[in-house]
Design a protein around this ligand. Structure first.
Ligand code: SF4
Ligand code: SF4
Length: 185
């Protein structure tokens, strides 16, 4: 769930929220299949706030500074969780494809789970309800090409979508994510 290249659907958008909720009547269908595609792909930015980083560090049983050193890096758009190159792309370093649980997913074909799940950053929590993904039906269709859970399963009510979308929008505008320590990473 990261963002630099406009072609990378994991990256959070920089534009403003949509002027109208074209999906307001019925909501939108979404059901995560745990394929892991939103946590891999081209290199990107998995942004986090200091509070989020501190929670992750506590979960890992290490100091915040140690967490920054071992699991994050500078990007032109701020500090990001690290990624590792796999056959799938640039996986988030916290993506689990190998545990028995992950291997059992998707009818035994194997899936992927977030090993930080309860402490994952907001941008991960709010996907796919990012403002840029919701702007128009065309944007939603683009999101569907990157996420097989889109347009699948039950309709998610607009009230839920709105909360997630607005949280992500607020985060994008807030400047609360940890910045790069090196201005020329
Ligand atoms: S279905 Fe979508 S949200 Fe779920 S893991 Fe796959 S890409 Fe991510
Ligand atoms: S923190 Fe978890 S949900 Fe977010 S990109 Fe990494 S593995 Fe995916």
């Amino acid at each position: 769930m990261t963002y630099q290249d406009p072609a990378d659907d994991r990256r959070p958008p920089q534009r403003q929220p949509p002027p109208s909720e074209w999906y307001a009547d019925a909501g939108l269908r979404f059901e995560c299949t745990m394929c892991g595609d939103c946590c891999t792909g081209p290199p990107g930015v998995i942004a986090f706030t200091q509070n989020e980083g501190e929670r992750i560090a506590k979960r890992l049983g290490i100091s915040y500074q140690d967490f920054l050193h071992r699991y994050t890096h500078d990007t032109p758009e701020g500090r990001s969780l690290n990624e590792v190159r796999t056959a799938h792309g640039h996986d988030c370093v916290f993506l689990d494809r190998t545990s028995p649980h992950a291997r059992s997913l998707r009818d035994g074909r194997g899936g992927a789970v977030c090993s930080l799940y309860e402490d994952r950053p907001l941008q991960c929590r709010t996907f796919p309800w990012w403002p840029d993904n919701l702007r128009t039906p065309r944007d939603w269709a683009r999101t569907a090409r990157a996420c097989e859970g889109v347009n699948r399963g039950a309709f998610v009510p607009v009230e839920h979508i709105r909360i997630q979308r607005n949280q992500q929008s607020q985060r994008e505008r807030s400047g609360d994510n940890v910045p790069s320590s090196d201005p020329t990473p």
